[in-house]
Design a protein around this ligand. Structure first.
Ligand code: HEC
Length: 140
C-alpha cells in the first residue's frame, strides 16, 4: 500500500511541477517572475517612448533643452543629464530624476511633471523605463 501511495503522490508532484512549468512558459512574462525575462532594450523599448513623448522639448530646439540642457534623443544624451546633474542613476530607478518626474506621484522631484502638459506615460511605459534603469541602464 505504502509504495503505491508514494508513487502516486510523487507522480502527482511531478505532474504539478510540469503544469506550473507549462503555465510559466505559456503565460505572459511578469516582471519578477523566476524565469528571467530578456533584458529591457534601450534602443528598442525605451528610446521610442522618449522620442514620442519627450524629444519635442528635450532636443536642441526645444524648451527642455534650452532651459536645462537635457537632450533625450540618444543614450549619450540621457546619460549626460542636465545642468543640474544626472537624470539616470543605473540600478536605482527610485533615485533617478528621470523616473521621479514621469511617475503619477510626481511631487517627489522638484515638483516637476513630465511631460508638463498632456497625458502621463502609461504605467507600462513607466515600468519599462524603470526596469531598464534597474537592469543597469545599459546602452543596449
Ligand atoms: C513641453 C516640453 C517638455 C516635454 C514634452 C518634456 N519636458 Fe522634461 N522638461 C521641460 C522643461 C522646460 C524642463 C526644465 C524645468 C525646470 O527646471 O524648471 C524639463 C525638465 C526635465 C527633467 C529634470 C532634469 C533635472 O535634473 O532637473 C527631466 C528628468 C525631464 N524633463 C524628463 C522628461 C521626460 C522623461 C519627458 C517625456 C516623458 C519630458 N521631460 C517631456 C520640458 C519638457
Amino acid at each position: 500500500m505504502r509504495p503505491v501511495l508514494r508513487t502516486l503522490s510523487l507522480s502527482l508532484l511531478i505532474g504539478a511541477a510540469g503544469a506550473a512549468a507549462a503555465a510559466i512558459g505559456e503565460g505572459p512574462v511578469l516582471p519578477g517572475a523566476s524565469a528571467a525575462p530578456p533584458p529591457t532594450s534601450f534602443s528598442r523599448q525605451v528610446l521610442p517612448i522618449l522620442e514620442q513623448r519627450c524629444v519635442v522639448c528635450h532636443s536642441p530646439s526645444g524648451v527642455g533643452y534650452k532651459a536645462i540642457g537635457l537632450d533625450l534623443r540618444s543614450y549619450e544624451g540621457v546619460m549626460a543629464g542636465s545642468i543640474y546633474g544626472v537624470a539616470v542613476i543605473p540600478r536605482h530607478p527610485e533615485l533617478s530624476p528621470l523616473i521621479a518626474v514621469i511617475q503619477k506621484n510626481r511631487a517627489s522631484f522638484k515638483n516637476l511633471k513630465m511631460p508638463p502638459l498632456g497625458k502621463l506615460l502609461s504605467p507600462a511605459e513607466t515600468d519599462m523605463i524603470g526596469r531598464w534603469i534597474a537592469e543597469g541602464a545599459k546602452d543596449n
